[in-house]
Design a protein around this ligand. Structure first.
Ligand SMILES: Cc1cc2nc3c(=O)[nH]c(=O)nc-3n(C[C@H](O)[C@H](O)[C@H](O)COP(=O)(O)OP(=O)(O)OC[C@H]3O[C@@H](n4cnc5c(N)ncnc54)[C@H](O)[C@@H]3O)c2cc1C
Length: 479
């Protein structure tokens, strides 16, 4: 019997576990927290009892149809997707933009129509990527060292992806198109002026046009329920409340998959870690932190920009210059006056999450790593929302916050509140934690890294784990 232990039950731990279990391996997943799921947990007691809040990922454009979910049928296992009318919106002051913002729909044409004279540019950037999504995914979401299946498309994507988002933004003539574009790029927790920040905007934007930005009905934890039951059906199991600190705690499985950050991976590998691994993991840079806020709001947020009232995701960042300034300020260790805030209105697609007229809102601001002044951060988040939705504060019924320290206490991968599990750099997106031929290789036989620190990087798509398990099975076959 071939056995594996997966350390960590985030989306990448579970996708790795499922790929191994489907290949006949007996898999045990061990999770530090007292609930499984990592960045896919939901809660019904964060604010008003019964209100469903996503505590991590809420939107799943890249999970709908990727190499993992093409093989593992989440819908058959109980996941139901629901889409908001507007996929994402970017409110602006009317002094910046007379219409007060911009919005992206699943349809590129509808989005382009709202962008006026920048509509053609939006169409030119996203149409080939959305239409050719499967070809793009076959190359861009696979382990980096491979013979490209669609070299021309990959080169075309790569030339744009390498660029800073702020440079790509120069193709737009209006402030609102620039803001809509940069708002997606800033998901990467970096100033839009850094190289390869366009890659995030291209992938998230194209997948949004291809699949929308859907939510899981009942909360993202339904995805965890589905992957757990699929694993159990294949003879595997998930154990919670057990933080692993050494390989010696795992017995002697044939394979170990680490859905951990480099710091925990290094602790677990201990003396067995080769010098090159030790050096790379030790030097792994931490990115800015998140300050997460769940609000219970009576009657929803009174956005001034009409399409924002129908939008699943809101990017509250102001214009390109504002987002650049806010991200730089957070990286320099200061709280921006108006931080970039990513806000989710999942309930619009899934009204079952509400209690009467009270709706759940989950958002997070980009703040400095280990930022500890929760009052200041909450005031900044509230001011950010109030600016585009006067009267918001009067509708708030209950609030709960999770600052960087609490995020780290819940998940060892989120060092300093860094929910991207490390600074998002071009090298990281290409090679993961250390440049080798296989980014999942820890340098210790049979032990593979499978978390979001490996390619294709952060997001609840499960592809890091899926790719890592593929590499592990190849290694197993060679033994
Ligand atoms: C507030 C928030 C909003 C987000 N929004 C989105 C979104 O809308 N869409 C999207 O695609 N992504 C989103 N993300 C990002 C996404 O959740 C992560 O990129 C994804 O969860 C990473 O998956 P993972 O499996 O690599 O790691 P994680 O989900 O972090 O899971 C790692 C697991 O391993 C466990 N673990 C770590 N070390 C040990 C150890 N030593 N022993 C035992 N267990 C251990 C942790 O406790 C954790 O459960 C969001 C994240 C957060 C926090």
């Amino acid at each position: 019997m071939t056995t594996a232990v997966v350390v960590g039950s985030g989306p990448n731990g579970m996708s790795a576990a499922l790929r191994l279990a489907r290949a006949g391996v007996t898999v045990t997943v061990v999770e530090a927290y007292d609930e499984p799921g990592g960045g896919l947990r939901s809660s019904t007691d964060a604010t008003v009892p019964g209100l469903v809040h996503d505590l991590g990922a809420g939107f799943h454009p890249m999970l709908i149809d990727n190499p993992f979910t093409q093989e593992v049928d989440l819908e058959a296992a109980g996941v139901e997707w629901a889409w908001p009318e507007v996929q994402f919106a970017h409110p602006l002051d009317t002094t910046t933009d007379p219409e007060g913002g911009a919005a992206a729909y699943r349809s590129i044409d509808e989005t382009a129509a709202g962008l006026g004279r920048d509509g053609a540019t939006w169409r030119r950037i996203f149409t080939p990527l959305a239409e050719g999504w499967h070809e793009l995914a076959e190359d861009a979401l696979r382990p980096p060292i491979h013979v490209p299946r669609h070299p021309i498309g990959l080169v075309r994507f790569g030339l744009q992806a390498l660029m800073p988002a702020s440079v790509m933004a120069r193709q737009f003539r209006t402030e609102r198109a620039r803001a809509l574009w940069t708002g997606i790029a800033t998901h990467g927790f970096r100033p839009p002026s850094v190289p390869m920040s366009s890659a995030i905007a291209l992938m998230l934007g194209a997948s949004g046009h291809r699949f929308g930005w859907p939510v899981a009905v009942g909360g993202s934890a339904r995805i965890v329920d589905a992957t757990t039951s699929l694993l159990e059906g294949l003879g595997g199991k998930v154990e919670t409340g057990r933080r692993i600190t050494s390989l010696d705690e795992l017995g002697s499985p044939d394979l170990v998959m680490l859905d951990t950050g480099p710091a925990d991976a290094l602790r677990i590998l201990g003396d067995r870690a080769p010098a090159l691994t030790r050096r790379a993991y030790d030097r792994w840079p931490t990115g800015s932190g998140a300050f997460q806020v769940s609000f219970a709001v009576d009657g929803g947020i009174p956005w001034s920009y009409e399409p924002a009232r129908s939008a699943g995701t809101l990017h509250l960042g102001g214009d390109l210059a504002d987002m650049t300034r806010a991200e730089r300020t957070a990286e320099q260790g200061r709280l921006p006056d108006l931080p970039y805030v990513l806000l989710g209105q999942q309930y619009l697609a899934d009204p079952s999450r509400c209690v009467g007229s009270t709706v759940p809102i989950d958002c997070y601001a980009h703040v400095p790593t280990w930022w500890s002044d929760g009052d200041a951060a909450l005031a900044a988040v509230t001011a950010r929302i109030e600016r585009y939705a006067p009267g918001f504060s009067d509708r708030v019924v209950a609030t709960s916050v999770r600052g960087p320290e609490q995020l780290f206490a819940e998940n060892p991968n989120w060092v300093g509140g860094d929910i991207a599990a490390g600074l998002v750099t071009p090298l990281r997106l290409a090679y993961g934690a250390r440049p080798t031929l296989s980014p999942y290789d820890t340098g210790v036989d049979g032990v593979h890294l499978c978390s979001a620190v490996t390619p294709p990087g952060p997001g609840a798509h499960g592809l890091c784990g899926w790719n890592a398990a593929g590499a592990a099975l190849k290694e197993l076959a060679k033994r």
